[in-house]
Design a protein around this ligand. Sequence first.
Ligand SMILES: *Cc1c(COP(=O)(O)O)cnc(C)c1O
Length: 459
Amino acid sequence: MLHNIPNKTYLTEAQLPDYWYNLRADMPPHAPFLNPGTGALLTPEEAMAVFCEESVRQEFNNTDRYISIPGAVMDYYRMYRPSPLQRAYALEKALDTPARIYYKFEGNNTSGSHKLNSAVPQAYFAKQQGLTTLTTETGAGQWGTALSMAAAYFGLKLRVYMVKVSAEQKPYRREIIRTFGAQVIASPSDTTAIGRKLLGEDPNSGGSLGCAISEAVEDAVTSENTRYVLGSVLDHVLLHQAIIGSEAKRAMELLEETPDIVIGCAGGGSNLGGIISEYMADKLQGKPAPYFIAVEPASCPSLTRGTYAYDFCDTGRVTPLAKMYTLGSGFRPSPIHAGGLRYHGMSPVLSKLYHDGQLDEARSYRQTDVFKAAKLFANAEGTLPAPESSHAIAAAIEEAVKCRESGQSKVILFNLTGTGYFDMLAYQQFNDGTLVDYVPTDEDIAAGVAGLKDIPGNK
Ligand SMILES: *Cc1c(COP(=O)(O)O)cnc(C)c1O
């Protein structure tokens, strides 16, 4: 071992944080959720008809800074956490940069991503409430996989509405979900009214995330002892993901390192909210803090080109209204391979932080550049990254190259959210040189947000 700082830093089990840090306790409240039908403030009781009670209590909790993690959840966390904090020595060398690059690797579990961090507590809360069944949607497949693992562990039934094109393109994701005992329903399906309506309009529809959400919600509210679970965007999901940042901060402190820059990719915002968590706390409390960068795909640029307004969280317009950066709930993101980043909106917490200038910067990359960064990273570090995570890699590389040019040795921390094992079709296209970029025109963006002015809360 030639380096004075270890390649990997793990906390011991005794050093694991046993709380979730609640960012909202330190920030001014974001605009409240609204009932999509009436435009009035959404009440916890209304939300509890759709979501698990404890998840809703957390969703409405703006005051408790630290929320203790239930023992049963800690038991599961200990099976795959802490996740390692890794020093990217080989990448630094490949880039010939004086920067010190660190990444938190969240892909070391069977679901292959950070999503398990929220799937476990949400399944546990359902079990505590005496529910028997959960429903959800999955696009790229990571969330469905994570929730199937958690549901199996706590003995719950699970129905996963999987976007039809995804179920066809990623059959092995589907099989993992089934192996964990969950039922996979290709969406649009004929088991819900909204699915039948969409199939009536277009029998060959490949589906969309928005449609799958609408089906899963309909299933939950019309079935006995059943609730719907969401894997990103909402405040309680960001809360659970705060474990990533709390662990990262403790591990960096063991190394006596302080990041100058913290980077995360941003789809619905949960992993970014996670990695920045306790570093953002410092900033909100007026202490020195890193520079925060959100990275999104150029094809689905909600923070960089969207509008800050109330919008639906789904295409079917059944979910509560949230004030967020959005491209419009009718925006159809192009079929890029970073499926986990193809979402029209952004977490209300991150949207507020970005609007207030606390989240310093958002930038976007085209997928061909993202895959170049993924290949460079994989070849140097020996880990095959998910396309979503590779957006953060691309930004880390860009910052490290700036350091080379300026001679500054900054400390860069990014979140490596997952592995790319199920994205080999994307890598195949990249290797064959057939991968193409999609960037919406200004007209596409304008068309997406045109309807926002008619939505309650924006009038
Ligand atoms: C879902 C997913 C993302 C994006 O979701 P966020 O809620 O924005 O974190 C990023 N990376 C991977 C591997 C994912 O599965």
